[in-house]
Design a protein around this ligand. Sequence first.
Ligand SMILES: *Cc1c(COP(=O)(O)O)cnc(C)c1O
Length: 429
Amino acid sequence: MKLYNLKNYCEQVNFLQAVKMGLGKNQGLFFPVDLPIIPKKQLKQIIEMDFLSRSVKILSMLIGSEISISDLEKYVRQAFSFPGPNIVPVTKNISCCELFHGPTLAFKDFGARFMAQIISHLNIENNIITILTATSGDTGAAVARAFYEYKNVRVVILYPKGKISTLQEALFCTLGKNITTIAIDGSFDECQALVKQAFNDHQLRHDTGLNSANSINISRLLAQICYFFEAYALISKEQRKKLVIAVPCGNFGNLTAGLLAKSMGLPIQSFIAATNANDTVPRFLKTGKWKPYDCISTISNAMDISRPNNWPRVEELFSRKKWKLTTLGFGSVSDAITEQTLLKLQNIGYTSEPHAAVAYQLLQNQLKEDEFGLFLGTAHPSKFKNVIDNILNINIPLPETLKAPSELPILSHYMKPNFKKLKHFLTSE
Ligand SMILES: *Cc1c(COP(=O)(O)O)cnc(C)c1O
């Protein structure tokens, strides 16, 4: 697999290099040179395969000979060793594609666990690697759990202090061992900026064996393509005819993966990019002006991102495929409407959480009569117990995965959003 840097087309790397580097020169994102297309006949066979075998097939089409099929098979089986996507009907023509039955109850388990497998494949020389990542809530947990107790891997996770739910925090800030967490006195965008700065510092990068596990890492995106195929495989032939998928977006990794699946020939009619009040992309699609505002805290906190990292990839894909950006559905949903939507969903018998609700609301508004809609369930509702219990007047039970960590002390460090301090921390620990 060859990839090029979106900020410097001359810089080309292979898949393993791209995973290792995270970002290219000038903080450019890597993007595939070839966009494989599955012929219609083969697509039919692929859809009929089981989730794991199909995922190996898709990933091997993308990655090529850099990783042997037998290794890839091993990695996929170890990474996706939890209940896969699950389709739950919500209304007559809308279902939720639940992606949250993994070890940290969010879709990020797919990408993070596959990435961990690839990193350990890379690290056959057993060099020390530092995984530095910023999280707006769920990445931290997925990455921390995916790398927990891995030999020679130190994980350092930055998150905006007080801006993630206490249950999210408990999932990754209570682990210790090779997992270090830092509560940053700032927004997620500031955490992300610190990570970017660290990557721009060559000496630091070299000295600490720096690697990122953010959704900028191509291995995560590739892994996520697999569940779009599974979602398609799980719905009926009738539902497949005019399929619209609404994606709750933060950094736009999930949407990028879905669009990549479509570019490979998966017949998804269209996507809806759903955001909360952090609506840089919806405003851009409406006005043509890219104008990020300061980040706003909302109840769908994993989407509180006003400078979405993966957006350049979305634009590149549209331009490469000659798709018109105007065909991308979009919308932004306020907290007040999100709360109403949660109640509405609860009343029709589906307990959801704020992120999925944002996507559901837009799907319900925009879906035409002859279409079938899927909205992605990106996290388990119990992860947002602190908000949904109040809104829905329920007492959602905590699954054991959440209950055990919520009883442990938080081990996080604390830091102002200051790069010098972070650098000192990374080199002296
Ligand atoms: C990360 C996350 C999102 C946003 O996904 P992106 O790939 O960053 O767009 C949405 N919902 C939840 C629950 C998340 O954890």
